[in-house]
Design a protein around this ligand. Structure first.
Ligand SMILES: [Zn+2]
Length: 494
């Protein structure tokens, strides 16, 4: 290493300090609480040494010179032979024969500089052939296994036409693990209120969902990941799995994963455009643009589709977006995606063809933002309000939907009153809940101006929109008690 450092121009004084430092380096092994005697460290850079990454990089800087240009692949007008991230090395070749030659070159380099390659952890990935097993590769005397997939920098790459096929399974596995971990911690201290669930999602789970998404992005994968996100929040809100997604996102004021991934993709695309032309990533990007223009379906095809959607919403043109100032891109993307999703969300909840179940929800919900009642500490009160607001309940209007033969909405009657058993009836009219209603109405009169003179629909809408904590508690308790009365009307008759 010091020979190489001297060759690339390190001063002799600095090298003297470093050789002195390395001559005194020693290591010990800690295992099951035992510490071995220290021994001299004569190979490699010091563990966790502040200069170690830089020295290692300098040491391997000449690797490219020992690899053959003929064995590399052409990217734009340059030849790429390898990618190196710390000690993670990736060789690329257009054919099996050239790859074997490159492996031999690497072996020579390693022998010369006393480097060791772990043959067991080294894998060959062959793209574009039906039977990759027919190729045999060796590194020195060791056979190298041909694999159908390889994890590079945490991303699983497969040898299929789409190298990111089934990446959702890998990501979801990590997300479920994170969820179980969160649950373990939370169960030990109490319960996860929705605002904390949103926070945990943003800081612990979203980074797992986002990781590498700029590269593997596809609408299909985004949809699969979004299913996980919906389950996570529905479980936290204690509502049924078939509760409309719009209501869940609306109650929490949380954007769907698909929107988040589109933002990441556009941020990355903007960054690629700002990279210098000498950057390897920029070469790959330019190659993808060229292939897209030639009619191939590439990463750029997907990214440009998302960009076209975005610029049409934002009233920009493609060029304008790519020229935006880097510091303002994130804020612009955040603002425009939020505004656009909020508009679409409002349109959906008001469109009975899209959200049939939300015929009542639209009467009181019009803002895409976190609801205050979700901060009530009592889980049962919170859940009762959530279920009632989002039609995740057992009132006749919902039960009729789940009959073998769906009962028309106007015939889903309350058994006691023989009128349509919907949320308004349950809250303000039903004879079953009459005995407990006065407490709720008194509280409503206290917090809602002219409450008693309003029409039933307006009374309902005002009750569901009221944000006063005391009133929300009263509403939650009414709903819990009313639920018992409906399930067991006889047992609760005063
Ligand atoms: Zn009734």
């Amino acid at each position: 290493m010091f020979v190489k450092l001297l060759k690339i121009g390190y001063s002799s004084k600095l090298l003297k300090v470093m050789t002195d430092m390395y001559s005194k380096a020693s290591s010990s092994v800690k295992w099951k609480g035992y510490l071995s005697k220290s021994f001299k460290d004569i190979m490699g850079v010091t563990q966790e040494g502040i200069t170690s990454p830089f020295l290692f990089k300098s040491f391997l800087a000449d690797l490219g010179e020992h690899l053959s240009d003929e064995c590399g692949i052409i990217l734009c007008e340059s030849i790429v032979k390898h990618l190196l991230w710390a000690d993670d090395l990736f060789l690329v070749s257009p054919s099996a024969t050239l790859m074997q030659t490159q492996l031999n070159n690497l072996k020579d380099y390693c022998s010369k500089w006393h480097l060791v390659v772990n043959a067991l952890k080294t894998k060959i990935l062959v793209f574009g052939v039906k039977d990759p097993g027919k190729f045999k590769f060796t590194f020195g005397n060791n056979a190298i296994e041909t694999s159908g997939s390889y994890t590079y920098l945490g991303n699983l790459i497969r040898d299929s036409r789409n190298p990111f096929t089934k990446i959702d399974e890998v990501i979801l596995h990590k997300c479920y693990k994170a969820c179980y971990k969160i649950r373990d911690y939370v169960d030990a201290v109490g319960q996860l209120i929705p605002s904390h669930a949103v926070h945990f999602f943003n800081v612990l789970i979203a980074p797992l969902l986002d990781y590498g998404s700029e590269v593997w992005y596809s609408e299909g994968t985004a949809e699969k990941l979004e299913v996980f996100q919906k389950k996570y929040f529905k479980r936290n809100l204690s509502v049924r799995i078939n509760t409309p997604d719009e209501a869940v996102f609306g109650e929490l004021g949380v954007l769907p994963v698909s929107v988040r991934l589109k933002k990441n993709l556009l941020k990355f695309m903007h960054r690629l455009n700002t990279l210098p032309n000498s950057s390897l990533v920029k070469w790959a990007y330019s190659e993808l643009v060229t292939l897209h223009e030639l009619g191939y379906d590439t990463w750029y095809s997907k990214a440009s589709k998302v960009m076209s959607e975005f610029v049409s919403i934002a009233g920009l043109d493609d060029g304008c977006f790519l020229k935006l100032n880097s510091s303002s891109v994130k804020a612009k993307l955040d603002r425009i995606f939020l505004t656009e999703y909020s508009k679409k969300w409002l349109n959906n909840i008001n469109n009975s063809d899209i959200c049939k179940k939300l015929r009542t929800y639209k009467l009181f919900k019009s803002e895409f933002k976190f609801e205050k009642y979700l901060d009530i500490p009592s889980k049962s009160v919170r859940a009762a309000i959530s279920r009632f607001r989002m039609s995740s309940h057992h009132l006749p209007i919902e039960l009729g939907r789940h009959h073998k033969q769906i009962i028309p909405a106007e015939k889903r009657l309350c058994k006691k009153c023989q009128v349509v058993g919907n949320e308004i009836h349950h809250l303000l009219e039903c004879k079953i809940t009459q005995s407990i209603r006065e407490v709720l109405l008194k509280a409503a009169s206290k917090y809602i101006v002219n409450f008693r003179s309003l029409s039933k629909v307006n009374q309902f809408s005002e009750i569901m929109s009221c944000k006063e904590r005391e009133f929300l508690l009263c509403l939650g308790n009414f709903l819990i008690e009313a639920d018992h009365l409906i399930k067991d009307p006889v047992g609760h008759t005063p």
